[in-house]
Design a protein around this ligand. Structure first.
Ligand SMILES: [Mg+2]
Length: 392
């Protein structure tokens, strides 16, 4: 069995709003909301916006009508990624093991750092929090415990603590589990909650009382792992590897309404290019391509196709995507946005093994794609235009 670890989950508070407030200090202390896009939904809220009663996911037109005093800003994901990089760089400097879990969350292995920093774990978390705030202007909450699942629970509880830090130590653990409803456990969704409640399991404590056999029958291996993590036995250690996402999507409003096929196709190509770059950054491929069209009156048309072999290259993906676009496009409709969805990432198909593939062409394509990524890393995003994306 592995030695006891000390794991922190560092979670940025209202991250997108915090980024906007970092860029424009006038926004601090105001009811700020970030919107998914020009016509989209609220995806991040400041404390004042929450107090005003603006809800998460509320469509802009409703929020604006009900709360005209709110300040609504369109998301700038490139900027948020840059700020996220600054926060993560501090964490990676702080500990040798950091698992960046999402744009605004990371697990940090603090084991043994008390000696190096000459602080106990509680003070270490407070120190890390103020360091991030001083250097990046981004407030974070930190949960500390002995596994990822418990650290996540601690971080949820740290949100309303004045110092933004919460520890679940060995002695507190049982009381914490009794106080935790099963739906508050990381990884337990609505469906699982329902089924567990049907079996009389209402709290995390009641869950860990169940035997491995019972958990395996009801929840599978995932249930057993969850029980171990909740009683402080690590299943998933903090490593520096980042798991690729299950899917990647890119979409953005045109800013106009149009039925111009070439215009839409060009927009789609830009999304394909961005998605491929992300896909390749994880050194993986996708086996499914989806294309979405949203009309002026918010109707959504979507179609997808499974491929015979995984791909990560824009020219291959666009060949399929253009056919899908043609399937759902109608010249008499005005559209407001298009998007691409790359699914089944990292999966392999049964057919591909028997498929004859021209390895020379494959290598050439791979080299070309690598070349795109290198150029962009050096000269900036979208420096490469593949002939099918044309600048306006
Ligand atoms: Mg957050």
């Amino acid at each position: 069995m592995e030695k006891q670890k000390v794991i922190a989950l560092v979670d940025c508070d209202s991250f997108f709003v915090a980024c906007e407030q970092k860029r424009d200090i006038q926004l601090k202390g105001k009811p700020v909301c970030v919107l998914s896009n020009a016509e989209g939904c609220v995806i991040s809220r400041s404390k004042q916006a929450k107090q005003m009663g603006i809800r998460m996911g509320e469509p802009y037109f409703m929020a604006k009508k009900e709360h005209p005093k709110g300040i609504y800003i369109i998301a700038d994901h490139d900027y948020y990624a840059k700020v996220s990089g600054q926060v993560m760089a501090i964490l990676k400097d702080f500990s040798p093991y950091v698992h960046v879990y999402s744009i605004d969350e990371a697990f940090v292995d603090l084991t043994g750092l008390t000696r190096f920093y000459k602080k106990n774990y509680h003070d270490l978390a407070i120190y890390l929090r103020s360091k991030i705030l001083d250097e990046t202007d981004i407030p974070v909450s930190i949960g500390v415990s002995s596994t990822k699942t418990l650290a996540k629970l601690a971080s949820d509880k740290s949100k309303d603590k004045p110092k933004g830090v919460y520890l679940i130590g060995k002695r507190k653990a049982i009381k914490e589990l009794k106080d935790t409803k099963i739906e508050e456990i990381w990884g337990i969704g609505r469906r699982l909650t329902k089924s567990l409640k049907r079996h009389g399991v209402l709290t995390a404590y009641e869950l860990v009382q169940k035997s491995d056999g019972w958990l395996d029958a009801k929840l599978g291996i995932h249930g057993i792992e969850m029980r171990h993590e909740l009683i402080g036995e690590m299943v998933s250690p903090v490593t520096n590897e980042e798991k690729p996402p299950k899917s990647i999507q890119n979409t953005r409003a045109f800013g106009i309404f149009t039925s111009d096929f070439n215009f839409i196709k060009n927009e789609l190509n830009r999304h394909i290019h961005t998605s491929c770059r992300k896909l390749r950054s994880y050194k993986t491929k996708c086996l499914q391509i989806g294309v979405m069209l949203r009309t002026k009156d918010f109707r959504v048309f979507y179609t997808k196709k499974d491929l015979l072999a995984p791909v990560d290259f824009e020219l291959e993906i666009s060949t399929v995507a253009h056919k899908l676009l043609e399937e759902i496009y109608r010249p008499d409709i005005l559209y407001r946005s298009t998007g691409v969805h790359l699914g089944k990432i990292g999966e392999t198909s049964a057919e591909q093994l028997s498929l004859y593939t021209d390895s020379e062409i494959t290598t050439k394509k791979e080299n070309l794609a690598k070349c795109f990524d290198k150029l962009e890393a050096k000269f900036g995003k979208n420096i490469v235009q593949t002939g099918f994306t044309i600048r306006k």
